[in-house]
Structure formats: C-alpha cells, structure tokens
Ligand binder design. Sequence first.
Ligand code: ADP
Ligand code: ZN
Length: 192
Amino acid sequence: MNIILMGPPGAGKGTQAANLVKEYGLTHISTGDIFRKALKEQTKYGVIAKYFMQFGHLVPDDYTIEMVREYLKENTFENGFILDGFPRTIVQARELESIEKEFDFTIDAIINLDKLVKRLSGRRTCKECGATFHVEFNPPKVEGVCDKCGGELYQREDESEEAVTIRLDTYNKQTKPLIDYYTMKGTIININ
Ligand code: ADP
Ligand code: ZN
C-alpha cells in the first residue's frame, strides 16, 4: 500500500504517519526530514536546501525531484510507503507519476488554519533526540529541557512566527491546488 499524505504544515502529518507505520508496517518518507538530515550532514542537497528552508520557502522543484527520485531508487519498501511532504507542487506531482505510479490513497489532513500559527510557533525540538514539545499544549516537565533525554530544546528556524506565516502562504498558493488535482483523480480521503 502506497499513500500520499497531504495537508498544511502543523496539521499533524508526522503524527498520523507514525500511526500508519505502526498499523501497516509502511515506510515513512518525509522530504522535510530528508532535507534536514542532508543539512546536518552538509551534503549537496543540504547546502542548497538550507537557504530556502530557513525562511519557510520551498526548495526548488528540480533539486527536490532529483532527491526523491534517488531516494526511491536506492531503497526498497517491503509493505509500501507513505510520502509525507511530497509532492508539494503540480510539477512535483507530474514528475512523481513518472517515477512511481501506484498510489492507493491520497490523504488530506484538514485543520482549522488559524490554529496553525500558534501550534507551529510554540513547538520546541530536542537538539539531541529530535523529540518535540509545545510550550502550551505539551510542555516539557522542565522548561527548555527534553523529558526523554535531558537534551536542550530549541525553536527550529522555520518555526519562527515569520517563517510559519510564509510556510502557510506557500502551502495555500502552491500545494493546495494539488488537493483538487487528486480529488479529480478520485483517490482522496479527507481526515479532520
Ligand atoms: P512542514 O511542517 O512545512 O510540512 P516539512 O518538514 O515537511 O515541513 O518540510 C520542511 C521544509 O523542507 C519545507 O518548508 C521546505 O523548505 C522543504 N521541503 C520539504 N518537502 C518539500 C517539497 N516537496 N518541495 C520543496 N520543498 C520541500
Ligand atoms: Zn531529547
């Protein structure tokens, strides 16, 4: 089973993906995570992506598509996979069709948009283990310290209020039209 997971930043795609991984043994492929890893390791894609990611802009299509193409080629997915964060533009959706055609569902995670800025800009991430918290909705026991490993919590650059606003704007302009595209194909499921 292959699934495309869509929805605005902060809708809880990562959480839902984790549930699907547990339930169906799917492999979770998050282009955001792949970019962040590349950034840490300073690979070619990481160096390019940094400038776009930090301000909340999309990484240009050619690099993103090339990276996904390589990733899908180099890995095997026994029970199928969940694509989280790709495609995000019509160009990417078209390219995906030439890479991998078999998708069973497209899931559209729906959320009230005015909740998102608060949800995203309050998020704090552990420098050591990557666990996430929220200053208001899921605070750590000790402010600024990870419950799981004691690591230091920080705010991701692209989770500042300015960057979040740009990300939502980008989503509305570039990614939302894809929902119509998949609706026309008839394989979309809406989840609140
Ligand atoms: P979000 O919470 O916005 O869904 P992600 O972790 O999926 O965040 O992505 C983080 C960043 O990585 C995006 O803001 C963008 O800069 C880059 N990125 C991820 N996926 C794509 C994509 N398909 N096309 C272009 N840029 C992407
Ligand atoms: Zn931690």
